[in-house]
Design a protein around this ligand. Structure first.
Ligand code: ADP
Ligand code: MG
Length: 242
């Protein structure tokens, strides 16, 4: 059984069809880079995986649970599926520690001392252990994104979703965030990431999925798909971004 399975997923906003019959399976340990033009449905696809978007057709399954089933406990699902967005979404009035430990203490009932230890552990993974007592406004954008990643890791997710998490960063801060993703990949984390960093996709992703007009237009092994696109649409896209 695949960890993630999308079958003929249709997502509409009013008259606009944003996902037009998307089928995609992700195996445990895979790193999927999702690429494509703005508006092609990449963010919507990620949001469907953790049940942030109701769908109008098809099915989304995560670890055997049908995400779009009305009976599914989405809160429980989201403990298994972390998501990090482009904009930093740390709570500005909470320290780094509290940003990270809020969910484990509130949702999982972990005590404060164990939670601080957990915060240390996940901050070590993103190279920011010394910032445990800092407030978000004292951190660079790259550091804030690394804390956001650490916060997701604190819930021990089975899958991580990343939506253009380096797009809002100054160029010199992109590398430190990509390095954290690379280490997570080496640790065996399953990831689906929307990215415009083609060099990173080629190096780290096991598979590239090219979205076009709400469809999975083309997909395949990363290096091969980026070097030898089979469709003119992917060829055009790549020549614009590379
Ligand atoms: P991408 O991430 O590839 O840029 P999105 O998934 O964000 O694309 O959006 C796909 C399409 O859906 C776009 O045309 C966008 O304008 C539209 N869309 C996204 N969110 C909404 C919304 N909440 N209401 C209406 N249209 C939306
Ligand atoms: Mg998007």
């Amino acid at each position: 059984m695949s960890l993630v399975d999308l079958r003929d997923v249709v997502k509409r906003y009013g008259p606009l069809t944003v996902l037009d019959g998307v089928s995609l399976s992700v195996e445990k340990g895979e790193i999927i880079a999702i690429i494509g033009r703005s508006g092609s449905g990449k963010s919507t696809l990620l949001r469907c995986v953790n049940g942030l978007e109701p769908i109008q057709g098809g099915a989304v399954t995560f670890a055997g649970t049908v995400v779009n089933d009305p009976g599914t406990d989405l809160r429980k699902l989201r403990q298994q599926v972390g998501i990090v967005f482009q904009s930093f979404n740390l709570f500005p009035h909470l320290s780094v520690e509290r940003n990270i430990t809020l969910a484990p203490t509130v949702v999982k009932g972990m005590d404060r001392r164990a939670a601080r230890e957990l915060a240390r552990t996940v901050l070590r993974k993103v190279g920011l252990e010394e910032k445990i007592d800092a407030y978000p406004d004292r951190l660079s954008g790259g550091q804030q994104q690394r804390v956001a990643i650490a916060r997701s890791l604190a819930m021990s997710p089975q899958l991580m979703l990343f939506d253009e998490i380096t797009s809002a960063l100054d160029p010199e801060l992109v590398g430190e965030v990509l390095k954290v993703l690379e280490e997570m990949a080496a640790d065996g984390m399953t990831m689906m990431l929307v990215t415009h960093e083609m060099g990173f996709a080629r190096k780290v992703a096991s598979r590239v999925v090219f979205m076009h007009q709400g469809k999975v237009w083309e997909q395949g092994p990363a290096a091969q798909t980026l070097a030898r696109p089979r469709t003119p649409e992917l060829e055009t896209f790549l020549s614009a971004v590379l």
